[in-house]
Design a protein around this ligand. Structure first.
Ligand SMILES: NC(=O)c1ccc[n+]([C@@H]2O[C@H](COP(=O)([O-])OP(=O)(O)OC[C@H]3O[C@@H](n4cnc5c(N)ncnc54)[C@H](OP(=O)(O)O)[C@@H]3O)[C@@H](O)[C@H]2O)c1
Length: 242
């Protein structure tokens, strides 16, 4: 075991997750590039390696308990600890239908990744994060998960009728606070990041921000100093209302 920071980013083969991996790698971390598809993960890790980043593909489907425990076992075997976990993998499965026309199935499928997947990965990796001197957990939330923003009729976010996605991110915010409270007496900090509206496959590349801009808040939270916050929700500009 050496002193290099070991960071795992889920869903790091593209989009904001890729840029988070890139940013953490550029800062000197060994980046474990989580990807549910081994080939896509290998390609992303190769691209990062070509930039001089130490990037290792790790097959990880956050909805598959066997995949999650295999990934945790591998991190344990190869590194003995985990310093940074970024729960980035996420899906947006709705295409603008109203809440009243949203089937429960859409919530079940969305929550499988955005909510249950985060809990499964966090629980599996927590013993490894406890073995770190300064564990950091960052959950990729969204302004669309903010009840303060989406309940304001003057806010653009109140016009996004994404029942499953928005509520999955509100749940993720609650989950972030729950873990932070459990871990308050440890060095581990747990925060939620709002990347802003970024152009990625998730939204048909409709956002005005780049994935690299979206990665900034998560990278900052993943590298917080010992006196940094926990149980918070932050965009690149600062604290975000819950
Ligand atoms: N883009 C935005 O404007 C925006 C705004 C706020 C929050 N966010 C959040 O930011 C995060 C990243 O989103 P993005 O915009 O970068 O989306 P993206 O380009 O669609 O990337 C999503 C990533 O998650 C992975 N993924 C999906 N399901 C998975 C599973 N079961 N197991 C493992 N990986 C899985 C995808 O893998 P595959 O390539 O295999 O599909 C992909 O690597 C998400 O949590 C999203 O909700 C995005």
């Amino acid at each position: 075991m050496n002193d290099v920071t070991v960071a795992l980013v889920t869903g790091a083969n593209k989009g904001i997750g890729y840029e988070i991996a890139r940013g953490l790698g550029a800062a000197g971390a060994t980046v474990l590039v989580g990807a549910r598809d081994a080939a896509r993960g290998a390609t992303a890790a190769e691209k990062l390696s070509a930039e001089g980043i130490v990037a290792v593909p790790v097959e990880l489907d956050v909805t598959d308990p066997v995949s999650v425990s295999a990934a945790a076992a591998r991190v344990e075997r190869e590194y003995g600890r985990l310093d940074i976990l970024v729960n980035n993998a996420g899906v947006l499965l709705e295409r603008g239908q109203k809440p009243s026309r949203t089937p429960v199935e859409a919530l079940i499928l969305t929550y499988a990744t955005n909510v249950y997947g985060v809990v499964a990965v966090t629980n599996a990796m927590l013993p490894l994060l406890r073995a770190s001197a300064a564990g950091r957990i960052v959950n990729l939330s969204s302004g669309l998960g903010s009840l303060a923003l989406t309940s304001d009729p003057d806010n653009f976010y109140s016009t996004a009728p994404l029942l499953a996605y928005n509520s999955s991110k509100s749940a993720l915010n609650a989950i972030t606070v729950s873990y932070a409270n459990e871990l308050r007496d440890t060095p581990i900090k747990v925060n939620a990041a709002d990347p802003g509206y970024c152009a990625t496959d998730l939204n048909g590349h409709s956002g005005p921000r780049t994935p690299a801009q979206g990665a900034a808040a998560a990278i900052r939270l993943a590298t917080l100093p010992a006196d940094g916050p926990t149980a918070g929700f932050f965009s690149e500009d600062g604290a975000e209302p819950w």
